[in-house]
Design a protein around this ligand. Structure first.
Ligand code: TIU
Length: 233
């Protein structure tokens, strides 16, 4: 974008429209990993229907493509643990009765372990070499990661957030970001949950009470705002 006036876009959002300076905005794509999206990964070991998440791929892809065109900072996150499990709390590993536990060998390598095939991001949304990938041991993107330092380094004040799952890693990250002073706009159709009702309520919780955690917009509204900004050039 050529100058500062090109860089401001107004997104039709709930609970109200929001104007963002794109030069201070990052697209954050949460955990679009094979471990959550495909059969044989962590999500399925928990008893989930992973097919529920596929609907978010195309909307994320279109926003990712537009963000790349504008030169916006793009950050991908991945949930996962070190091979020796030293960053995986026993309380997380021992939780519930999954068919395979974190670290167990599965069809896409060890479940939720960094460097394994299942830990990688799905091909449709694969990061460019120039994009940032944040590896996180928890549900939130700020806990035990360099996320805060990266955002500060690039002068980021606003986050466009999408990914999976709506009520778990997306909501946790948005809550962490909101407490740190970031304006978060969650892309509704760019998020998905194994439980459609949790997706719906997860978005409602963000935008309720005047936007207690942030704003919610459709991918079409984000694309429209980016497109309108570009025509100002
Ligand atoms: N289980 C579930 O819904 N989600 C996760 O464990 N991680 C993320 O949301 N990425």
């Amino acid at each position: 974008m050529a100058n500062s006036s090109d860089a401001v876009g107004k997104i039709v959002a709930e609970p109200e429209p929001i104007e963002l300076d794109w030069t201070k905005t990052a697209l954050v794509i949460i955990d679009m990993q094979r471990d959550f999206m495909e059969p044989g990964g962590f999500g399925e070991t928990l008893g989930n229907d992973v097919g529920q998440l596929a609907r978010a791929v195309q909307p994320i892809g279109s926003v990712l493509s537009a963000a790349r065109d504008t030169g916006m900072l793009v950050i991908h996150t991945r949930e996962g643990h070190l091979p020796d499990l030293s960053d995986a709390p026993p309380a997380k590993i021992e939780r519930g009765a999954p068919s395979l536990r974190i670290g167990d060998p599965g069809p896409m390598g060890r479940i939720l372990i960094r460097g394994e095939a299942g830990h990688d991001i799905i091909p449709e949304l694969y990061p460019l070499d120039s994009e940032i990938v944040i590896d996180k041991p928890g549900k939130g993107a700020f806990y035990a990661t360099e996320m805060g330092d990266v955002l500060q380094k690039y002068g980021i004040e606003n986050l466009l957030v999408c990914g999976v799952t709506t009520e778990v890693c997306v909501n946790t990250t948005v809550r962490e970001a909101n407490d740190r002073g970031y304006r978060c706009v969650v892309i509704a159709d760019g998020c998905a949950s194994y439980f459609p009702e949790f997706h719906e309520m997860g978005l409602k919780m963000i935008k309720a009470q005047g936007g207690i955690f942030g704003w919610v917009a459709s991918s079409a509204a984000v694309l429209e705002a980016l497109e309108t900004s570009k025509t100002l050039a």
